[in-house]
Design a protein around this ligand. Structure first.
Ligand code: FES
Length: 283
């Protein structure tokens, strides 16, 4: 019940969040997309996990520490904790916007609300921090950090909605089991270097002929579920047509984001004129 009310409140933010979201996306896409290596770094491709949530614990923890230090009258130590929080909040924002520019529709709207609240909280904490550098302590700086903390927690809730309710940055194969059985494909003819969509039992795969060999990956892109069969071959990878993630054909390794998770890989064999596949990893 409470969740439905909150969701309606968030939906109602479309009036300002949608146009602002388009502006944010334009700005950050212009910054990040010309340098894919930076975007990959910020997405967390090297980590095999989204980088943004790995950083966000630091500022939230630092702000909790600052609150406790303020309550116990240790103002200088609280200022230091807020300083740490601000630095890591900026890093989290850089990583978050790298994920954000590939969102669309409702997820982009929620992402805009989340990031806007965090930007407001950042300004509030910055003012509190600068006031703490002054010689005369005042209660305003403490109240400001308290207000900043409430905004951060509210924004973190919206960020949680993005992940746990809308599935943003969640591996699309998280619940797909391994399996070692050979399964027949419903295609027999795979031309060279052209992605072909094929069914293997309940699974939809993309199959590519490379020279004399055949490679197969799951067709559903681990990033946001687009069909890899509609992508293109780039070197020894297949590139998703939606946001440009690249997966190595020989093992499904993600080599370019925004996806940070590997793609399920299948070995292919030809027997009696038929093609069969078997998943190579058993997670
Ligand atoms: S769905 Fe985003 S890169 Fe494939």
């Amino acid at each position: 019940m409470l969740h439905r009310v909150i969701e309606r409140v968030l939906e109602a933010q479309a009036v300002w969040a949608d146009p602002l979201g388009k502006l944010f996306v334009a700005i950050f896409a212009a910054l990040y997309k010309p340098v894919p290596i930076i975007k990959d770094l910020l997405n967390g491709v090297w980590l095999g996990h989204p980088l943004h949530p790995a950083i966000t614990d630091v500022p939230i923890g630092a702000y909790v520490v600052a609150l406790v230090l303020d309550l116990s009258g240790q103002r200088s130590a609280a200022a230091a904790a807020i300083g740490v929080g601000i630095v890591f909040m900026l890093l989290a924002a850089l990583a978050g916007y790298a994920d954000y520019i590939d969102l669309e529709g409702k997820t982009q709207r929620f992402g805009t609300v989340h990031s806007s609240l965090m930007l407001v909280a950042l300004v509030v904490y910055l003012v509190s921090f600068l006031m703490r550098l002054g010689a005369v302590p005042s209660s305003t700086e403490v109240w400001l950090s308290l207000i900043g903390f409430v905004i951060v927690i509210t924004s973190a809730y919206v960020g949680g909605e993005l992940v746990y309710n809308l599935g943003t940055q969640v591996d699309r194969h998280a619940w797909r089991g391994g399996g070692t059985k050979w399964t027949a494909l419903d295609v027999t003819d795979v031309p060279s270097d052209k992605p072909v969509k094929a069914k293997a039992g309940a699974q939809t795969l993309v199959v590519v002929r490379r020279g004399k060999g055949l490679e197969a990956l799951h067709d559903v892109c681990a990033h946001q579920g687009c069909s890899l069969a509609e992508g293109k071959i780039v070197g020894d990878t297949i590139e998703c047509g939606c946001h440009g993630s690249r997966y190595r054909l020989r093992d499904g390794l993600v080599v370019r984001g925004p996806a940070v998770f590997d793609q399920p890989h299948y070995e292919v064999r030809e027997a009696d004129g038929k093609l069969e596949v078997r998943r190579t990893d058993t997670r």
